[in-house]
Ligand binder design. Structure first.
Ligand SMILES: [Zn+2]
Length: 236
């Protein structure tokens, strides 16, 4: 592959990921305004540069892991992006505004962001298979985020667990997760993507759900997102 061809593929890949990840980040930040319902003063960790790398790198890695069952580089990168960008709910607190801590680390946000990502996939006219995978990544990546938050709290900051306002905005009371829960959260995320990958594989095998955008054999070369367009490092 020529350098220019590789570059254009990499650029297309980055644009595809950004076209979903950026609206997701904006949604996550917008949702964090529910934190004003429960004003409090927030103490944020002071990260060193290496500490920030460990924090961000860990979230990306855990996000990538839950997307592995999809075997698609685009979705790996998207999952890593989701897993980091949920922390945009730190921004208001970092600006010393009186907001609740981490309102996006909650069940309602996981559900709301899944619906938002579904709406995004509809708007982008992704084919059904890609849409199902992208929508599954929202809860899976967020579970991976909670997983690494717990692991980092226990393994790096020496805590016994980690507390999330899981029931926000109904209750902003932090609910402490035990140290071992990082395994549970990550496994739940992997289970979600594995289940979706399996169901899609079964449907494809049975031919029960022909792809909306045209099967691979149709030779459809349309420009819709999620078409089976070759991507570097991914089978799709
Ligand atoms: Zn977090």
């Amino acid at each position: 592959m020529s350098t220019s061809s590789y570059t254009s593929r990499a650029l297309r890949l980055a644009l595809w990921v950004a076209s979903i990840a950026v609206p997701f980040a904006l949604f996550a930040f917008a949702y964090s305004f529910v934190g004003f319902l429960h004003p409090q003063s927030i103490h944020l960790h002071d990260y060193s540069i290496p500490g920030a790398f460990v924090e961000v790198g860990g979230h990306i890695l855990f996000g990538l892991l839950v997307a592995v069952p999809f075997l698609d580089l685009r979705l790996l990168l998207l999952s890593g992006s989701f897993a980091v960008l949920v922390d945009s709910d730190h921004i208001l607190g970092a600006l010393n505004l009186p907001v609740a801590s981490r309102p996006d680390h909650s069940i309602v946000f996981i559900l709301a962001s899944s619906v938002f990502v579904y709406a995004l996939s509809r708007r982008a006219r992704l084919d059904r298979q890609t849409s199902a995978k992208v929508v599954t990544l929202a809860p899976a990546a967020l579970l991976s985020h909670l997983s690494y938050d717990v692991l980092a709290a226990v393994g790096i900051f020496g805590g016994a667990g980690y507390a999330f306002p899981l029931l926000a905005p109904y209750s902003f009371a932090p609910i402490t997760m035990p140290a071992y829960s990082w395994v549970v959260f990550e496994l739940l995320g992997v289970s979600l993507t594995s289940a979706t990958a399996y169901v899609l594989w079964m449907r494809r095998e049975r031919g029960a759900a022909p792809l909306k955008a045209g099967a691979r054999s149709s030779g459809n070369t349309g420009r819709r997102w999620g078409e089976k367009r070759p991507m570097p490092g991914g089978p799709e």
